[in-house]
Design a protein around this ligand. Sequence first.
Ligand code: KE4
Length: 427
Amino acid sequence: MSKSQVLFERAQQHIPGGVNSPVRAFRSVGGTPRFFERASGARLWDVDGQEYIDYVGSWGPMILGHAHPQVIAAVQHAVSRGLSFGAPTEAEVTLADLLSQLIPGLEMVRLTSSGTEATMSALRLARGYTRRDYIVKFAGCYHGHGDSLLVKAGSGALTFGQPDSAGVPSCLAELTVVLDYNNTQQLAETFAKMGSQIAAVIIEPVVGNMNLIVPTPDFLNTLRELCTQYGSVLIFDEVMTGFRVALGGAQALYGITPDLSTFGKVIGGGMPVGAFGGRKDIMRLLAPLGPVYQAGTLSGNPVAVAAGLATLQLLQVPGFYERLGAATRSLVEGLSAQAQAHGIAFSAQSVGGMFGMYFRAGVPQNFDEVMTSDQKMFNRFFHGMLAQGVYFAPSAFEAGFVSSAHGEQEIALTLTAANRVFGELAG
Ligand code: KE4
């Protein structure tokens, strides 16, 4: 047995499923999750000493690659001065100032310790601001595990949501309307029917949780117009896209300013940092200023903030996103060319430093189309690449991530491995 197998068996004694987050358990792809013991740059090493080129990047945060020397130094400096005070520090003020500078719509911002806290807090704030109860989300979008967001579409004409997890009360799920991503007509019809009751719409402006899905040009613009027309709060969930698809996030890429935005992942540089913020007139309702309560023992933690600040400083280097985008494009173009050469039904696309690959001809535009991908082929591809020392997300329905540490050598090694695996799949 490998050390990962031994550890996985041991882990399942006291940790549900042996993991602290479900997607890590390899349930979607089968097999034993790899237990890692160290990482550097674009590479990971598991407990059996196997080296991998990493395209998960801790699900997005490691945009500079692992263990970047300047981030490590910033964390070491912060750690030497104490781990947590539960009181204000200058560093979190500097981070708030920097986020507001880099994201123009972010007039005010509150730090949390995860993306889930950020999205659930933004929804509570939007409900408090509008005094309305209904929210809208889109099938296939994931916004963390807040109760109001673990909701699936109602059946048939029933637009009110149903729980998508045990433990979510139906009476709460019914307040979440679930629509189809990129369905502009359905969105307009829903607002015409109940727009004055909608507190907020929360959306991944580029989706990374049903694999990668990009918005059609009119979809986000129509959404912005309808939220403005009906006084609903537009929330861009940029936990994944923030500082990943562009320095100013998807809102900069598409030129649309939401009313509130949520962040996570990259802004912590691998440490636990989330954030939500936006219009000052909305944020002013937050405690201790206003009646909407929100809090967190480790919110703005000085060590986590130090990692985030060091990361955000390095992202502002001229040409950073041009290089990151070029490396990601070269990966997806190479994969597509090789799959085609082997006659495999495959497509891929990228936005900035995130990418999607689909075992279907043509990139999907919504949840239903994503579901037509050949999941069995993906699982065979995933394990074939893992055996070749390339670590993709262990699910056909997740996006992948490239870092600035992925150079020509890493991309070339990945494409050489992929050529071999596509050959096996075609064989
Ligand atoms: P966290 O609570 O995991 O920090 O953030 C939740 C969240 C919110 N919004 C978006 C758009 C997200 O992608 C996420 C979390 N993303 C997943 C990856 N699909 C995290 C991985 C995991 O759940 O272990």
